[in-house]
Write a protein that binds this ligand. Structure first.
Ligand SMILES: Cc1ncc(COP(=O)(O)O)c(C=O)c1O
Length: 432
């Protein structure tokens, strides 16, 4: 079907054009809830349409409803980039469409997944021999760790800091486990002295918390885990990629003692959604918790073969490793380090501008590429700044609450962000 090649060329040209001009589009979608649905037919077509009609409606109907995560002035939540090698590899993965329910249904994707996780482990300086696999999101990875921990310990209590991601709360609720929040110190780090692990199945310190970007004291928490037999799961979903640079490894001290660790390649490793890397130093505990092999999945090669569905919740697993492997090959250690260093440098530059500007304050120590700041004044004034700048379509930032105060967050994470973009953000925020 030669239409396929024509449509494929058109789609690739569309992507190339989009990535070239995304910086000219309003970063935050300028639509109201329901607008996009109202612009689409309520029912599917009776007869098939050409693919060109899909591309046309993408442009005309869907694009106004896109918030552009690929935009150079996307600074909200944790900014990210889907890199070109990652985009192309996603296309190839969709063409092959393996469903890796067990090794023989996709030996290559299974083995490439294990290899890609090993490669990233080497780049991040993790201990040799950890078992890695890929989940869709950190929410799933952390829930999988909770399940393994509950299975291994026979306990039902989850402990994390008041600044842990809500994925911990949600996982505990879904699993019917009891969640205990530990207060943080003045730098938003979990306080080991205020933590009771005596009956805890799992404790979840975070390196690079979502709100303030703080670093929990993993070594002290690991000591407590050793005393109480608690599972140590480190959430480095955002900041974990920074381990590729030796100068940021200090923040990950103690991670080598973890029972499990999550790092999202789809956050700060140039990988299109979704790709959450989950390693464990105790793979047999994961396997004991998750392995479920009914008759129809029994194969003679099972003894020697790795089936990654035995280490997590999903049976059907997509070929996520192809995009990660493509990125590791096309960027190398050097390319990843350069990106991380540049993002941290840009955050540092922005931080300096805030520090030097009367009437503005920094609200949390900055360790990576996230700056927390606010205008001296009422919460309402800061909330109004957020609404104003986001409505401008020029930049997109988000907020959090620290010490009870409304705080603005600017996170650098897009491959396309330059110093001029960060400068523009500061000008828009100051209203100049
Ligand atoms: C520290 C941390 N953990 C977990 C998550 C949840 O990630 P996901 O959206 O992959 O579930 C996030 C998301 O920003 C995060 O920052």
């Amino acid at each position: 079907m030669s239409d396929f090649l024509d449509d494929g060329r058109a789609a690739l040209e569309w992507i190339d054009d989009y990535l070239g001009r995304v910086g000219e589009l309003p970063v935050l979608a300028q639509v109201a809830p329901g607008d996009i649905r109202a612009a689409l037919p309520a029912s599917p077509p009776e007869q098939g349409e050409p693919f060109a009609a899909v591309l046309r409606d993408l442009d005309e109907v869907l694009m106004p409803g896109m918030t552009h995560w690929q935009h150079p002035r996307y600074f909200a939540y944790f900014a990210t980039s889907a890199s070109r090698p990652g985009i192309l590899a996603e296309l190839l993965a969709a063409a092959l469409n393996p469903v890796a329910i067990l090794w023989r249904t996709s030996p290559a994707s299974t083995e490439l997944e294990a290899l890609a996780c090993d490669w990233v482990a080497q780049l991040l300086g993790l201990p040799d021999g950890w078992h890695g696999h890929i989940e869709d999101t950190a929410s799933t990875s952390t829930m999988a760790a909770m399940i393994a921990a509950r299975h291994a310990t026979g306990r039902h209590v989850v402990v994390c800091s008041e600044h842990a991601h809500s994925a911990a709360d949600k996982g505990a609720r879904m699993l019917g486990m009891e969640l205990r929040k530990v207060p943080a110190d003045a730098e938003f780090r979990m306080r080991p002295d205020a933590m009771d692990l005596s009956d805890a199945a799992i404790v979840i310190p975070t390196v690079g918390t979502t709100g303030p970007g703080s670093v929990d004291p993993v070594p002290a928490i690991a000591d407590a885990c050793e005393r109480t037999g608690t599972w140590l799961h480190v959430d480095a979903a955002y900041a974990g990629s920074a381990m590729v640079c030796p100068e940021f490894r200090w923040a990950f001290d103690g991670v080598e003692r973890a029972d499990s660790l999550v790092v999202n390649a789809h956050k700060w490793m140039l990988t299109p959604m979704d790709c959450s890397l989950l390693w464990t130093s105790r793979p047999e505990e994961f396997r004991a918790a998750f392995s479920m092999v009914p008759e129809f999945l029994r194969t003679p090669d099972a003894e020697d073969a790795l089936s990654l569905s035995e280490y997590g919740p999903a049976l059907g697993r997509r070929f996520r490793s192809l995009k990660l492997w493509a990125i590791l090959r096309c960027y190398g250690r050097d390319g990843l380090q350069r990106m991380i260093r540049e993002h941290v440098r840009l955050a540092e530059v922005f931080e300096g501008w805030v520090r030097d500007e009367p009437g503005w304050e920094l609200c949390a120590p900055r360790h990576f590429s996230l700056v927390c700041f606010r205008r001296d004044g009422a919460d309402e004034e800061n909330a109004a700044i957020l609404e104003r700048v986001n409505a401008s379509g020029e930049i997109f930032i988000s907020h959090t609450r620290l010490d009870g105060r409304y705080v603005l967050r600017l996170a650098v994470g897009s491959e396309r962000t330059s110093e001029a973009d960060v400068r523009r953000a500061w000008d828009v925020i100051r209203g100049s």
